[in-house]
Design a protein around this ligand. Structure first.
Ligand SMILES: [Zn+2]
Length: 509
């Protein structure tokens, strides 16, 4: 894939010439961060350039809170969390994050009618559940949360300006539509699928979209200058972002299904509102999660798995590892095999961290020495990982190279030469721990299991001593007993790993 060369040009200069005619991605003016990210407008990777190299604004489209979130949502928000953490912890970018919550919507109103309550109660309940679900997945909460019902005035002001500038018009039923015929660059994120059908609902052009929905009986509504009604979906994000971040946005993120029409419409109305050729500089779109064999996970297909349900079978770390090894932009083929693979990869790291500590604390070892091969490998992996993350946040390559580093380190841990290399092993341990925690993995056992953990430690240590003894004496009966203890522990979700220097364990689900 060809990359844009890093140079900058003055955006304002271009904008003054032809505000809405640019269908190309415009290179922002500022400081390159060294990171390249795929952009759907350019249809290739482009350099991330920020006016302040260490500060960026980031808006994510949040949930429409009418039902419980499922693991399709979980993969989207975990992957966004991973990308944000990479920018913050590997590239030293301070992110000012905001997320919009849609708490007024057809589906929320429908649910309220079905359950005999009002839309506010429904929205509150599911928003609360949403944040609890994200916390259980170790997703950092956005710094700013904007709710539609709390931003009606700024949405009204936004639409008023659109009507005044004749970029939007009021239809007979009090709805307001954006006039796409006055915006030549419409379709720059994704070519608009022209249905060829005549326009309906009082629209002038078939691609025009509602900024405001005229009042219908039984629906919540707000009185505005041109009548009563409620906001359309797309206008919410534009108006709330403009209120929070002003006329320019660095990152705008959401699931790939939002690229068209939601983000296209957001970009069109925001460029028109701010009289600019480019509103959001970087679009981050997360690939869908597919249940293997199905097209997409959705409520209507009744193939959803809730977040608490998945966390009964797998840890939040395992789910995050599944996201890491499938990269943010690509579809994630969900099945038990994927989760088992993710768990195996995670356990490989956990075992290594434990085995390494047993190794460095081995008092019977010879005098310590350096092991240059491993130090060289460590340095190469560090450099390669930065390159991978710079290149559109390629976490899968990173995890692969960490695994290969672990394999190299194990050659030292398992060596029978009697040589002792605690320093390169400890540096490797620290590096692996630091990368994994920067990706948002906790690597922790749950707090309530601390006591049982120390009991398991004692048992595993005792078994190790017995086993070594049995090996020396070639006592088959005792070795069989050791194997049986190992198998029983495994059935209790404790996996034991034996080496000649000690035995370690991790908990599995
Ligand atoms: Zn949005």
């Amino acid at each position: 894939m060809k990359l844009f060369p890093v140079f900058t040009r003055k955006l304002s200069h271009i904008c003054n010439l032809k505000p809405y005619k640019d269908t190309k991605w415009l290179m922002p003016n500022g400081n390159p961060t060294g990171v390249y990210v795929y952009n759907c407008v350019a249809d290739q990777r482009v350099p991330v350039i920020l006016s302040d190299p260490h500060v960026a604004t980031w808006y994510s489209c949040g949930p429409t809170v009418y039902d419980s979130a499922h693991i399709g949502h979980a993969s989207c928000y975990v992957k966004l969390d991973i990308v944000q953490r990479i920018l913050k912890t590997f590239f030293n970018v301070k992110l000012i994050t905001a997320m919009g919550v849609t708490d007024v919507d057809d589906k929320i109103i429908k649910k309220a009618n079905e359950t005999g309550t009002d839309f506010k109660t429904v929205a509150k309940q599911y928003e609360h559940e949403f944040w609890a679900d994200l916390a259980s997945l170790n997703v950092e909460k956005p710094l700013i949360i904007t709710r539609v019902s709390e931003h009606i005035t700024c949405i009204e002001d936004f639409i008023k300006k659109m009507i005044k500038s004749e970029m939007a018009y009021v239809a007979a039923d009090g709805s307001v539509y954006f006039d796409t015929s006055k915006f030549p660059s419409y379709g720059k994120l994704q070519k608009a699928p022209d249905s060829g059908e005549p326009s309906s609902e009082g629209k002038r052009n078939s691609m025009d979209f509602a900024l405001w929905k005229g009042h219908k009986p039984g629906e919540p509504s707000w009185d505005v200058e041109w009548g009563a009604g409620r906001p359309g979906w797309h206008i919410e994000c534009s108006a709330m972002v403009s209120k929070v971040f002003g006329s320019q946005l660095d990152f705008h993120a959401g699931g790939i299904d939002l690229q068209f029409p939601h983000h296209e419409n957001e970009e069109a109305q925001s460029c028109a509102f701010h009289n600019t050729g480019q509103w959001a500089n970087y679009w981050i779109h997360i690939g869908h999660l597919h249940v293997k064999g199905d097209a997409k996970m959705s409520k209507s297909l009744k193939n959803t798995i809730s977040i608490p349900t998945i966390l009964e079978s797998f840890s939040a770390d395992t789910f995050r590892m599944a996201c890491l090894i499938s990269n943010y932009r690509y579809p994630m083929e969900y099945d038990t095999q994927l989760m088992k693979t993710a768990e195996d990869v995670l356990n490989k790291f956990k075992f290594f961290l434990k085995d390494a500590y047993i190794y460095v604390n081995n008092n019977s070892a010879n005098t310590a020495d350096y092991e240059y091969n491993l130090l060289e490998k460590l340095q190469k992996v560090e450099e390669a990982n930065i390159e991978a993350l710079k290149t559109d946040f390629d976490t899968a390559t990173c995890i692969n190279s960490l695994q290969s580093l672990v394999s190299s380190a194990y050659r030292i841990l398992k060596s029978d030469t009697g040589d002792y290399y605690p320093i390169p092993i400890l540096l490797t341990v620290e590096y692996i721990k630091s990368v994994l925690t920067r990706f948002g993995l906790t690597l922790e056992e749950s707090a309530e299991s601390v006591i049982s953990n120390s009991l398991i430690d004692t048992l595993v240590e005792f078994r190790h001593t017995v086993r070594l003894n049995a090996l020396t004496r070639k006592d088959i009966e005792l070795l069989n007993a050791c194997d049986s203890v190992r198998d029983k522990l495994k059935s209790q979700k404790v996996q034991v790993n034996d080496t000649n220097k000690g035995s370690s364990w991790v908990s599995i689900k």
